[in-house]
Design a protein around this ligand. Structure first.
Ligand SMILES: C[S@@+](CC[C@H](N)C(=O)[O-])C[C@H]1O[C@@H](n2cnc3c(N)ncnc32)[C@H](O)[C@@H]1O
Length: 278
């Protein structure tokens, strides 16, 4: 099995980043099982959507972890995502919902940096690190232009990102970080699991390689790459400002706590900045 992504350093940059923004979302069953305990953000965004009123636009809707909960609470949601696998799973899940819930969800496959919906929303949101797949300034600027074009004049744009953690960024790229073996929800086999972390401090991208190896047959192991841009709080604040957003508040968790030195997450609440000229 290939080792950490550092071994792939000679390969085309675009290929590596494309894989890093897609591979982890190819297996929706594994995704759902891995993040099943992540529920605080779901409640947070549902409450927010109820407050602002629908319809809402979600960038990186995935297989509907948040969008389905919103629709069950009566909010109309349009979800954008580039992953065929995640959207196929969302459609399957949707088919099991009540007809009125099904009617509230619209799915659009496309790239969040380019897709134009020709519709405006009172609330646009981009949860759970989806924006960490904006790897360059150009990616971020194109995305922000799309967000602006989809917001009502008085609308809100809310999103959350992980705060870069120095210990993750300074890990030895050749060291394997092991976790307990577990039964893989898709294959049904017990697998060994470990990760490599390789931080590119120039591009500010953390490359994670997730390694899976069936206990019964190590030769059938595979690796899943994930690439996450690391946005430092003051950097993200500047990007929002210079791309036309006024920051209303920043929180450090999904319970309204402040963003401080102990925070793992930053939740940015913004609206369109008056007088901004792109
Ligand atoms: C961490 S998942 C979040 C999914 C869902 N919002 C949730 O909270 O479970 C990030 C999602 O962003 C999508 N994504 C990544 N880059 C994208 C892009 N350039 N355009 C559209 N979707 C993208 C992925 O396919 C994935 O479904």
């Amino acid at each position: 099995m290939a080792k950490g992504t550092s071994a792939n350093a000679g390969r085309g940059v675009d290929h590596e980043l494309a894989a890093g923004s897609r591979a982890h979302y190819e297996d929706a069953t594994y995704y759902t099982s891995t993040y099943k305990k992540r529920i605080d953000d779901v409640q947070y965004y549902v409450t927010l959507a109820e407050k602002h009123g629908g319809p809402v636009l979600e960038y990186g809707v995935g297989n509907g972890r948040i969008a389905l909960a919103m629709a069950r609470h009566g909010v109309t949601v349009t979800g954008v995502d580039h992953s065929e696998a995640m959207l196929a799973d969302l459609r399957t899940r949707l088919a099991d919902e009540a007809i009125e819930v099904q009617r509230r969800v619209t799915v659009k496959q496309g790239d969040m940096r380019t897709l134009a919906l020709r519709k405006r929303f009172p609330m646009v949101f981009c949860p759970f690190n989806t924006a960490l797949h904006l790897y360059t300034r150009d990616d971020a600027e194109r995305f922000f232009a799309r967000v602006r074009s989809h917001m009502d004049p008085g609308g809100r744009f809310v999103m959350d990102l992980s705060v870069p953690q120095p210990e993750d960024l300074s890990r030895d790229p050749n060291r394997a970080y092991h976790a307990p073996r577990f039964r893989h929800p898709t294959t049904g086999e017990v697998v060994r699991y470990w990760e490599y972390f390789d931080y590119d401090r120039v591009r500010q991208i953390l490359f994670v390689s997730m390694m899976f190896e069936p206990v019964s047959d190590a030769s059938k192991g595979w690796s899943t790459p994930l690439a996450h841009r690391q946005y430092f709080p003051r950097e993200w604040e500047a990007l929002l400002h210079y791309n036309g957003f006024e920051i209303e508040k920043v929180e450090g968790d999904f319970h309204g706590g402040p963003l401080d030195r102990t925070s793992d997450t930053m939740v940015w609440h913004t609206r369109l900045r008056r007088g901004f000229k792109p």
